[in-house]
Design a protein around this ligand. Structure first.
Ligand code: FES
Length: 148
């Protein structure tokens, strides 16, 4: 199987069966993300204890890329420290935006998002969940944030 097909299958699987889809009750932190290009919205809920992500969920409606990206993110981030989450996002952002960057093998399934860099308009779809998670981690954000 070609790597592209494998990546496509991962995206399709996480879009059809999103992991960690749902809500967490307060005191979980929460933020709303909004992609102004299409109007799609995502809610991210996260609980942090001893500076580590102990649980996170998301819900919302969006394209296959945004849902799959959020699902993959929840699997990748659970159990990580906030500093590790930040470092991971830096690597994911490079994966999504740097045409020439080789795919970082330590990204695991997140590498399935690498095809997005061929479609600049979809970068916002894939990064929406990360911006929203960052907002949730940064505060008890109640204001919608955007991917801009
Ligand atoms: Fe709306 Fe992708 S088209 S998030």
């Amino acid at each position: 199987m070609e790597i592209r097909d494998l990546y496509r299958d991962v995206i399709l699987d996480h879009n059809r069966n999103p992991r960690n889809f749902g809500v967490l009750a307060p005191p979980a932190r929460r933020a709303t993300g909004h992609n102004p290009l299409c109007g799609d919205r995502l809610e991210v809920y996260v609980t942090v204890a001893d500076d580590r992500v102990t649980d996170l969920r998301f819900e919302g409606k969006g394209c296959a890329i945004s849902v799959a990206s959020a699902s993959l993110m929840t699997e990748a981030v659970r159990g990580k420290s906030t500093a590790e989450v930040e470092a991971l996002y830096t690597r994911v952002h490079a994966l999504l935006t740097e045409q020439e960057a080789p795919t970082d093998p330590s990204l695991g399934k997140l590498a399935a998002l690498s095809g997005v860099r061929e479609f600049p308009a979809r970068v916002k779809c894939a990064s929406l969940c990360w911006h929203t998670l960052n907002a949730a981690l940064a505060s008890d954000a109640t204001k919608p944030i955007t991917t801009e």
